[in-house]
Design a protein around this ligand. Structure first.
Ligand SMILES: NC(=O)c1ccc[n+]([C@@H]2O[C@H](COP(=O)([O-])OP(=O)(O)OC[C@H]3O[C@@H](n4cnc5c(N)ncnc54)[C@H](OP(=O)(O)O)[C@@H]3O)[C@@H](O)[C@H]2O)c1
Length: 321
């Protein structure tokens, strides 16, 4: 089958190890189901994998991709939940120390076929296209858990989203606005302001700018470049949720602010299958749809990876095998 896979790892030049070509179909162990992929969405995770972060060289060649929507052999239209926990794990699967994401241990979704544990399948609502559904399992699920599980945002609160163009950032804006929060966004790029406003952002500020007032919650995926601003932007008792650090993992924190203002700093990663099902219901009921930057044939995946690496995307890049 045709696939996009990592054949080597290079921290400085991630695209060097991206190979497009034939790979064997994935094995389908007992309790797993094969899915014919109709659409698969790109995440920063796939670039990190090509850089050797989270992907061990001993596992190469590895088919990339965490997100997919497709059809099972018995004709069910499904989304694939990307968090694979140990078969005996019964709790929140994001807390399983042995959990992996598709493409870390098991072959990923950038292929004509993918195999996943049957409990990782979620029915695709007919109201969503395969391309739209494929955007949800990583970036949108991460945003859903950050806002509603970790920060417990309620209608009328003010949320700051750091960064405007990323897959998680655009999902945070759209989900937060649809849930009735006032959403403020920072961006380095004024040209993104109009687009993020169209998603529901109330105001867009230059990265690092002083805000008119402190916010109830900050959603952080940029990392080192915005961390101090995130800490300074919270009201007493506010919540900072961090799920990514695109600009760097090491940041200084004014601990006096954390304890005097009784801030909550919460890490967040992906989400559960139940949260993914609730996210789908939320999209179906509200009419909310993920922002798709572009849809490319899987054969042109290199163009999509290059655009994401250059920061030249607004919303999700989707591949169709
Ligand atoms: N923990 C999880 O489960 C999980 C899930 C998904 C993603 N992530 C992580 O979350 C991060 C975000 O991923 P993504 O694909 O959504 O977006 P991304 O393409 O990595 O970009 C995020 C945003 O960061 C801003 N940005 C980047 N560099 C910056 C800098 N030096 N200074 C200020 N702003 C900067 C950009 O905003 P502007 O251009 O508007 O300024 C961009 O919109 C990644 O690190 C990813 O690995 C984690």
């Amino acid at each position: 089958m045709f696939a996009a896979y990592a054949s080597s790892l290079d921290a400085a030049d991630p695209l060097a190890g991206l190979t497009l070509g034939e790979r064997p179909e994935p094995p389908v162990p007992d309790g797993w189901t094969a899915v014919t992929v109709r659409a698969a969405a790109l995440n920063h995770h796939d670039l990190w994998s090509l850089r050797g972060v989270g992907l061990d060289p001993s596992r190469l060649p590895m088919i990339l991709g965490c997100d997919a929507a497709g059809v099972t052999d018995d004709g069910r239209e499904v989304l694939v939940h990307a968090v694979v926990s140990h078969p005996d794990w019964r709790d929140d699967e994001t807390l399983d120390p042995k959990r992996t994401l598709l493409s870390e241990l098991h072959p990923g979704t950038f292929a004509q076929r993918v195999a996943v544990p049957s409990r990782n399948l979620v029915p695709k609502p007919s109201a969503l296209s395969f391309e739209e559904a494929a955007c949800l399992p990583t970036a949108w699920l991460t945003a859903y858990r950050m806002l509603f599980t970790q920060a417990r945002v309620v209608p009328g609160q003010t949320v700051l989203v750091q960064g405007a163009g990323g897959g998680v950032a655009t999902a945070l804006v759209a989900l937060g606005a649809a849930a009735g929060a006032r959403v403020w966004v920072t961006s380095r790029n004024p040209s993104k302001a109009a687009r993020v406003t169209s998603l529901g952002a109330d105001e867009v500020f230059a990265t690092g700018a002083r805000l008119p007032e402190r916010v109830d919650a900050v959603m952080e995926t940029v990392g080192a470049a915005t961390w101090q601003h995130s800490v300074r932007s919270l009201r007493p008792g506010g919540t900072l949720v961090v799920s990514g650090a695109t600009s760097g993992y090491v940041a200084e924190t004014e601990l006096n602010r954390v304890f005097f203002l009784q801030l909550r700093v919460v890490g967040s990663t992906m989400g559960t299958r139940d949260e993914l099902a609730r996210l789908l219901a939320f999209c179906e009921r509200t009419g909310l749809r993920p922002v798709v930057d572009r849809v490319l044939p899987l054969a042109d995946a290199r163009d999509g990876f290059a655009a994401l690496d250059a920061g030249d995307v607004f919303g999700k890049v989707v591949f169709t095998p």
